[in-house]
Design a protein around this ligand. Structure first.
Ligand SMILES: [Zn+2]
Length: 427
């Protein structure tokens, strides 16, 4: 048996007046999803543990059977994995934005969506001027050049790793992750000094002081860097501060192959968070040209990559971001379109390939969380799922949407119950 999960990010929604009080999943024309519902068994899944923020990282961890309360280590750690940055014992990683500050206030979280090329120059300048990258082992020699606070025993080491546009990684040797950090996209217009990093426990105070000092010193270094002088001359926002947030250590995740009946697997996604989760789950990242994470994503390319991956591995996790984007934009028609695209341009070719292949394949389809157009953000309501195992008796559900699956065989599942049911051998 082989296995494939197709995840439509944020696909679930609420009844929408504009659609005659149907949800986008109910309204959209989805013959392949409904075929899957007729042949398979359905249910609802709680993907967000009580009290947790309904983020995609939390929800996708749950879908894959990990307990987010135990393994979630912040965005930096997941993104680092997708960028092939190793995190060693004793190291802490953070997402580090390049942001724009004007008159002491955060103007935006993206430095005006700075280009990757410009950002790379600034990040490498910071690596040169701020304390060196611990991977180069230079810390001990250069420690005298570093301003207060003094490093704790064992020594700090710091390194910036360039990513895409404004999104980078900061890695520290040592450091306490119990920090209250503010995501910069949440606080445009706020005085940056009011949202500097705070320690959640006394032991983390030293780390908070150190990081805040790094932020201030980055501002002095970056303000008049030639890249920023040029950006200002062109009327663009300068990238005049770093902003580290979402700290964590290396996630303690066992590969899926240790728990479930698979030897190998692959993940197909345009989103770094999902690629990172896949990496820690022991899945190989399959890059698809033109997979953008937006509604113009390369569905056909993803379908072909999934079909190829199914031939080469035992398990494939295909993540499509488009519906979530439409939900965040509150665009109902666009959301319907993304669902129809997923049905026709991704699910259908995958199902057709599976039918003509020689090995049986268990298939599941679900979102990670709802992203209702009305709210333009994620909620923690349970999501509809369908699992089709060749040869298994189907339940009475014949349509795939938020309400029809309430009558499904699986009922309401929580946490790892979905993935256990998915991999369970019925015989
Ligand atoms: Zn999501």
């Amino acid at each position: 048996m082989k296995y494939i999960i197709i995840l439509g990010d944020g696909m679930a929604d609420e009844p929408v007046e504009l659609l005659g009080n149907l949800t986008p999943l109910q309204y959209a024309s989805t013959p392949t999803m409904d075929l899957l519902a007729r042949k398979g068994n359905t249910g609802l899944l709680h993907t967000i543990p009580e009290g947790m923020h309904p983020g995609s990282e939390v929800a996708n961890l749950s879908v894959l059977g990990y307990d987010p309360v135990m393994v979630l280590e912040g965005r930096g750690a997941l993104e680092a994995a997708s960028m092939d940055i190793d995190i060693l014992p004793g190291e802490m990683v953070m997402r580090c934005n390049l942001i724009c500050i004007k008159d002491g206030k955060i103007k935006n979280h993206s430095a005006g969506h700075i280009s990757t090329g410009e950002a790379e120059i600034l990040i490498s300048y910071l690596n040169e001027k701020l304390p060196p990258n611990p991977l180069k082992g230079e810390w001990a020699q250069r420690i005298e050049h570093v301003a207060a606070p003094a490093p704790p025993s064992g020594g700090w080491g710091v390194g910036f790793f360039p990513g895409v546009s404004y999104r980078h990684i900061l890695k520290l040797k040592g450091g306490n992750k119990h920090l209250d950090c503010t995501p910069p996209h949440d606080v445009p217009g706020t005085e940056f000094r009011k949202v500097l990093i705070k320690a959640e426990i006394p032991e983390a105070q030293e780390t908070a002081d150190y990081l805040n000092d790094l932020i201030i010193r980055s501002q002095t270094l970056l303000e008049n860097h030639p890249v920023n002088l040029k950006r200002k001359a062109e009327g663009k926002d300068p990238a005049n501060s770093i902003w580290p947030w979402s700290p964590g250590y290396k996630p303690q995740m066992k590969p899926l192959s240790e728990t479930y009946p698979i030897q190998s697997g692959a993940v197909i996604s345009a989103v770094d968070l999902i690629k990172g989760i896949g990496t820690y789950a022991g899945l190989k990242n399959m890059d698809v040209p033109g997979a953008t994470g937006l509604y113009d994503t390369n569905y056909e390319g993803k379908a072909q990559a999934a079909i190829k991956a199914l031939r080469e591995t035992d398990f494939v996790y295909v993540h499509v971001e488009a519906s979530d984007e439409a939900g965040h934009e509150g665009d109902v028609q666009l959301k319907v379109k993304t669902i129809e695209n997923l049905d026709k341009r991704l699910l259908k070719p995958i199902l057709e390939a599976i039918e003509t292949g020689d090995e049986p394949v268990t298939i599941a389809l679900l979102p990670d969380h709802p992203t209702p157009c009305r709210l333009k953000t994620h909620t923690n309501s349970p999501v509809p799922f369908v699992i089709y195992k060749p040869g298994e008796m189907p339940d009475e559900v014949t349509k795939y949407d938020e309400f029809s699956v309430e009558k499904g065989k699986y009922g309401l599942l929580r946490g790892n119950e979905f993935i256990r049911a998915f991999f369970e051998d019925e015989k």
